[in-house]
Ligand binder design. Structure first.
Ligand code: C5P
Length: 232
């Protein structure tokens, strides 16, 4: 898989803050992730602005709805010219296949990945929602569903990356949030690894938010991570 491995999560409340950070970063070093907060605030126009600055954008809206609605949302996301977009594997096989077909019809096809379990989830979260399986086997089950529907990969915790890499082979993209450089605050993330550990475990792309965006010097924090993973 080519291009920068690091994806910086632009979890900001408005376009101005997001663009101010983007200006301090380089498309050669990282991709950018636009999630629920920023997309709700700033919308497609911001995605266009980031793309114009030369960045490849991961649109992280985690679609999870009836198949027709998700397919139509995926078509709109693909039309924005994003590099990657995602849906929830919990939406089931029919929804995943509908997303796949919609993206395949797009002129420019983004990578389509499925969220397995959120990296903020722990075993008690599964118990709360009535899922009796262990975390690891539930993640594998959802990844299998995504692979069977023809998705390009999954979003998973770095702690699951090694097992998924063994099972799904080298071309199935593993995108891992829950990345924390040694000594960084864990915030609400539960299943974390350091950037170097996540890559060694088989992750293709590392999503890093607060350790960069909330750092006193975000560009320096990013540079330190790039050095850790040997990308500069
Ligand atoms: O700040 P932090 O590094 O924890 O940010 C992680 C980012 O990855 C957030 O934007 C979050 O929404 C996203 N994410 C996640 N877990 C997933 C999928 C996406 O934390 N399973």
């Amino acid at each position: 898989m080519s291009g920068p491995k690091l994806i910086v999560a632009l979890d900001f409340a408005d376009a101005a803050e997001a663009l101010a950070l983007a200006r301090r970063l380089a498309p050669a070093h990282c991709r950018l992730k636009v999630g629920l907060e920023l997309f709700t605030a700033a919308g497609p126009r911001l995605v266009g602005d980031l793309t114009e600055h030369g960045f490849e954008v991961f649109l992280d809206l985690k679609f999870h709805d009836i198949p027709n609605t998700v397919a139509r949302a995926c078509a709109q996301a693909a039309a924005l010219g994003v590099w990657m977009l995602n849906v929830h594997a919990l939406g089931g096989a029919e929804m995943l296949r509908a997303a796949r077909e919609a993206v395949d019809r797009a002129t420019r096809k983004p990578l389509l990945v499925a969220v397995t379990l959120l990296t903020s989830h722990g075993p008690e979260t599964l118990a709360e929602i009535g899922v009796r399986e262990e975390m690891d086997s539930q993640v594998e089950r959802l990844a299998l569903l995504a692979q069977a529907a023809g998705l390009d990969g999954v979003v998973c915790s770095p702690r699951e990356a090694a097992a998924l890499r063994r099972r799904f082979g080298p071309t199935f993209a593993l995108v891992t949030p829950g990345i924390r450089p040694r000594g960084a605050a864990h915030d609400d993330q539960r299943r974390t690894l350091t950037p170097a550990e996540a890559l060694a475990a088989g992750a293709d792309y590392l999503v890093v938010g607060r350790p960069v965006t909330r750092a006193p010097d975000p560009a320096a924090a990013l540079a330190a991570i790039l050095r850790e993973i040997g990308e500069v």
